[in-house]
Design a protein around this ligand. Structure first.
Ligand SMILES: [Zn+2]
Length: 253
């Protein structure tokens, strides 16, 4: 944000893209997501205001203070605090507007939008590797492994035979996870769709833990099954998905 009062309102589209790319990288690390997670999803999960909007909020406060000083005054701390709060609220409003018609991560953005402010201002709950997989769908699901990571040849669920294994199938339908799902719905209610899960996550720390426990239990079992499949397919040595490389670049923090 260095020098943001100077550049914030003069960003070229290319520079906005470069800023967004950097922010995506950091937000993805913060929520322990795969690097395929979109910028919108990563920033939303991390509660990280897009940097171009953040810079404009900082610039707004700076120029207000500068105007007072130019007239020989000194901005009062209370006034500066008020300006900061209103600039931040405006940035959040503009961010919410950008998310009104999502073109990527549509399911997640649509699920969080009704609880947008509660989500970014909550004081409990940090995202874990497994919870982020469940919310983004980028993780150990047949659809992701086949169509995005390209490490599997079909999208099928290896636990029940369903043609398309997605996060939604895993959470709401796959019979293999009935026990874990029963514990989850006992804690958050019968509705375990993505919007309901997101609502439960912001409601309380207890509900957050219940969803996280479900995600950890189910996805770690799916990951173990995936490792066994990889070992069994040793003869046809497929390239390991890049997300597993051990050089640290793709491993969630
Ligand atoms: Zn299944």
């Amino acid at each position: 944000m260095y020098g943001s009062p100077i550049w914030a309102n003069h960003l070229s589209p290319q520079n906005r893209t470069i800023l967004g790319r950097l922010q995506r990288l950091m937000a993805t690390r913060a929520v322990r997501g795969y690097r395929t997670v979109s910028k919108d999803a990563a920033c939303l999960l991390a509660g990280s205001i897009p940097w171009d909007l953040d810079a404009r909020a900082l610039a707004d406060v700076y120029w207000r203070c500068a105007a007072v000083r130019a007239e020989g005054g000194n901005p009062l701390p209370d006034a500066v605090r008020r300006w900061r709060n209103s600039a931040e609220e405006r940035a959040i409003d503009l961010w919410a507007e950008r998310l009104e018609e999502p073109t990527v991560s549509i399911a997640l953005v649509t699920a969080i939008r009704p609880i947008f402010r509660e989500w970014i201002k909550r004081t409990h709950g940090a995202l874990s590797f497994h919870l982020t997989q469940m919310l983004t769908g980028h993780g150990c699901f047949g659809r992701y492994l086949c169509e995005i990571a390209r490490s599997e040849v079909t999208t099928e669920c290896h636990h029940c035979g369903e043609e398309r294994d997605t996060a939604e199938h895993t959470i709401t339908a796959c019979p293999a996870w009935a026990t874990q799902r029963a514990a989850l719905t006992a804690a958050i209610g019968e509705d375990a769709t993505l919007p309901a899960l997101c609502r439960a996550l912001v409601e309380s720390g207890e509900k957050w833990s219940a969803v996280e426990t479900f995600a950890h239990s189910v996805i770690s079992t799916k990951e173990e099954a995936e490792r066994i499949r990889e070992r069994e397919a040793h003869g046809h040595r497929r390239r390991r998905p890049r997300r597993r490389r051990r050089n640290g670049r793709d491993i969630p923090p």
